[in-house]
Write a protein that binds this ligand. Structure first.
Ligand code: 13P
Ligand code: SF4
Length: 361
C-alpha cells in the first residue's frame, strides 16, 4: 500500500453547486399543512410502522408533509430516491427507492418517471442525472455536498494520470462528474474490491478515500495507490471507542463502514456498505449491535428489526441532514434545485459509472 506521493487532498466543506429551477413545469398551489383529526386517522397505519423511531410529539408536524409529498409525487410523475442515511420520516414515509450508493445508481438507471428527487447528497443526484440525461433530476438542497467529493478535482486526476502513467484509476462514486470523467471506472464501498480486481495491472489508483483504499488493500494482492480524502463522518470513529464498547459488553456485535480508518474496521466483526450492514443485521439478528456509521442508519434499520438492540454512536453527516420533508415538498412544488451536468464531461463520466454497473451484471 502506498500513498499517491506527497499529494494532499483539499479540505473543502463539502459544498456543492447552487441550485436552479427546472423550466416548463406548471406551478402547483402550496397544500394545506394542518394536522387535522381526519389526517391523523388517515396516517395512523403509517405511524404504526415508524412509531419506534419517530416520537409522537414529532408526528403531527411530519404527517401533513408526508401526505402532501406523496400526493405531489403522483401529480409530477416523480420518484424519490433516498440514501440509507436519510432520516426515518424520509426513508420510511416518502421514498420510493432506498439503498446504498450502488443500489441508488443501479435503480436510477431503471427509473420510469419524468422526475427524480434525490434525497441524498449532490454527487448522488449527479450520478442519477448522468444515467438519465433526459429526465429532470432535483435535489431538495443543492448545497448537500460531501467531504470526499470536495477533496479532489478533475485537474488532480489528470495530474495523477501523468504521474502514474498506465495505472488504472478507480474513482469512488463520492466524487463530482468532473472527477468521474477523468477516471477509468467508478466503484462504491460494496464493489470496490471486485472493481480493483477487474484490472490486469499490478497497481491500481483508488481515489479519493484514503481509508477505503487502505481497507481494500487488505483484501487484494494488488498495490493500491490513493489520495488523502476522508469522509468527515467516518474518520471520527476510533478503535479505542470500539474497544470500550466491547469492554462494556463482551457480547456486543460491532459492524463498521469501510470509510472508517483501517484500525476501526479491524476491530469490527463485519464491514460493508450501508446496505451490506443492513442486510447483515437482518440476516444475523444480533442481540445487541453497534453500527459504526452515520446516525440515521440505526433508526432506519430498527424499524424492521424490533428484536435487535442498537447502541447508537451519533456521528451525523451534516450534508445528508440538509434534506428535510420541508425542502422535499418545496422541491416538488417549485421544481428545484435542478441538477445538471456539463455536457463536456457528462459522456465520459457516464461511461465510468456504466462500466461499474455493467461489471456487477
Ligand atoms: P454506501 O451507502 O455506498 O455504503 O456509502 C456510504 C456513504 O457515505 C455515502 O455517502
Ligand atoms: Fe460524504 Fe461521509 Fe457524508 Fe457520505 S457520510 S455524504 S461520504 S461526508
Amino acid at each position: 500500500m502506498a500513498l499517491a506521493g506527497e499529494i494532499q487532498a483539499k479540505t473543502g466543506q463539502g459544498a456543492a453547486t447552487p441550485g436552479s429551477v427546472a423550466k416548463n413545469y406548471a406551478p402547483v398551489e402550496k397544500p394545506d399543512l394542518e394536522y387535522t383529526p381526519e389526517l391523523a386517522e388517515e396516517m395512523a397505519p403509517l405511524y404504526e410502522k415508524v412509531k419506534h423511531v419517530i416520537p409522537p410529539i414529532e408526528w403531527p408536524f411530519f404527517a401533513p408533509y408526508i401526505k402532501a409529498i406523496n400526493e405531489l409525487k403522483k401529480e409530477r410523475n416523480a420518484v424519490i430516491l433516498a440514501h440509507n442515511y436519510q432520516t426515518p420520516e424520509i426513508f420510511h414515509c416518502v421514498s420510493d427507492i432506498a439503498g446504498d450508493s450502488l443500489q441508488l445508481a443501479k435503480d436510477a438507471a431503471k427509473v420510469d418517471a419524468d422526475v427524480i428527487v434525490q434525497c441524498g447528497v449532490h454527487f448522488m443526484a449527479e450520478t442519477s442525472k448522468l444515467l438519465n440525461p433526459e429526465k429532470t433530476v432535483l435535489i431538495p438542497d443543492a448545497k448537500a455536498g460531501c467531504s470526499l467529493a470536495e477533496s479532489i478535482t478533475g485537474a488532480d486526476v489528470r495530474m495523477l494520470r501523468e504521474k502514474f502513467p498506465g495505472v488504472p484509476i478507480v474513482t469512488y462514486v463520492n466524487t463530482s462528474a468532473d472527477v468521474k470523467a477523468e477516471s477509468d471506472i467508478c466503484c462504491t464501498s460494496s464493489n470496490a474490491v471486485q472493481v480493483v480486481e477487474s484490472f490486469d495491472s499490478d497497481t491500481v489508483l483508488c481515489i479519493p478515500d484514503e481509508y477505503l483504499a487502505q481497507n481494500i488493500a487488505k483484501q487484494t494482492k494488488k498495490k493500491i495507490l490513493t489520495w488523502k480524502g476522508h469522509c468527515e463522518v467516518h474518520e471520527r470513529f476510533t478503535a479505542e471507542e470500539l474497544k470500550r464498547y466491547r469492554e462494556d459488553d463482551p457480547n456486543i456485535v460491532i459492524i463498521a463502514h469501510p470509510e472508517c480508518p483501517p484500525d476501526v474496521v479491524e476491530e469490527a466483526d463485519f464491514s460493508g456498505s450501508t446496505s451490506g450492514m443492513i442486510n447483515w443485521v437482518q440476516e444475523n439478528q444480533p442481540k445487541k449491535v453497534v453500527m459504526v456509521t452515520e446516525c440515521s442508519m440505526s433508526d432506519n434499520v430498527a424499524v424492521a428489526n424490533p428484536n435487535v438492540e442498537f447502541v447508537r454512536p451519533c456521528n451525523l453527516c451534516p450534508h445528508m441532514k440538509r434534506i428535510t420533508l420541508q425542502n422535499i415538498l418545496d422541491s416538488l412544488l417549485y421544481m428545484k434545485d435542478e441538477v445538471t451536468v456539463d455536457p463536456a464531461v457528462a459522456g465520459k463520466a457516464r461511461l465510468a459509472v456504466e462500466r461499474m454497473i455493467n461489471l456487477g451484471n
